[in-house]
Design a protein around this ligand. Structure first.
Ligand SMILES: [Zn+2]
Length: 267
């Protein structure tokens, strides 16, 4: 943060706190007469704020955002190779680089789920017809029916472990998520489903990313998608490509829609 932006940043922090009960831990400021810039930038504060507004908008009002999240502290921290991390009432972004609007929504979705004892992701799993079974996953891999190596993904097209149950958690997702990999589980599914819902066909900061997640299944095997991943997209279309390419037709989209509109209630 530049010293010239200090006042602007202060106003943003006050706004985030006042409207959304989001506390950003400032790493910049006056340090014994010298300016300490920290890692946060003005553009990041704006990106954080805009993404929070998008979440609050799908929830309907700021008060619902505050109730659903119950207050969140946001910090930059050394969190290894991840871009972001979340636990109840706390979101961390990596000090190693910046973050995208997508990452903000993804991590805040985790904090929302955490505020309900991770019940929201369990509800999503059930709603979409999925289940988690490490035993069945093990057997599937043992029988050579998985699109991965044995108990590990392989770094080559068609072997990353994207099919139901072919992941570390033994998560057999139901219906059609926008993607899956070795780290996929119901918690990641929930966070990605919220981000997809916030972005899908709304012309906002997440919309291009959401669209890129879906159209890649129309690519040919061996093509590179918008995220620079080469995979057998045609083969995976049956597991991921939604009806007529319309993500709003998926059970995941419907689940998040029901959740934000109060038709699904977690106690
Ligand atoms: Zn996550």
């Amino acid at each position: 943060m530049e010293q010239a932006d200090a006042q602007y940043a202060q106003a943003r922090l006050a706004q985030l706190k006042g409207e959304y009960k989001v506390d950003v831990l400032a790493d910049w400021g006056d340090d014994g007469g010298a300016w300490k810039p920290g890692i946060w930038t003005r553009a990041e504060l704006d990106r954080l704020h805009s993404a929070i507004v998008l979440i609050a908008n799908v929830m309907g009002e700021d008060a619902k955002f505050v109730r659903n999240l119950g207050g969140v502290t946001v910090q930059k921290a050394d969190i290894g190779t991840h871009g972001g991390e979340a636990i109840v009432h706390q979101v961390s972004f990596s000090t190693k680089g910046s973050f995208s609007a997508w990452t903000v929504v993804h991590e805040f979705a985790h904090a929302w789920d955490a505020n309900y004892g991770w019940k929201l992701s369990r509800l999503l799993e059930k709603y979409t017809g999925g289940y988690t079974s490490p035993i069945l996953s093990y057997l599937k891999q043992l029988a050579g029916l998985s699109d991965s190596g044995f108990l590990t993904p392989e770094k080559k097209p068609g072997r990353y472990g994207r099919r139901p149950g072919c992941n570390k958690a033994g998560y057999f997702y139901g219906d059609r998520p926008s993607g899956s990999n070795w780290s996929f589980n119901r918690i990641e599914d929930f966070a990605e489903s919220v981000a997809m819902y916030v972005g899908w066909e709304r012309g906002n900061d997440l919309s291009q990313h959401a669209r890129d997640r879906v159209v890649r299944y129309q690519l040919k095997n061996g093509d590179k998608d918008a995220f620079n991943v080469i995979d057998n997209w045609t083969d995976y279309a049956q597991s991921f490509y939604p009806e007529n390419g319309d993500y709003a037709k998926t059970k995941r989209w419907q689940f998040v829609d029901d959740l934000v509109n109060g038709r699904i209630v977690a106690d």
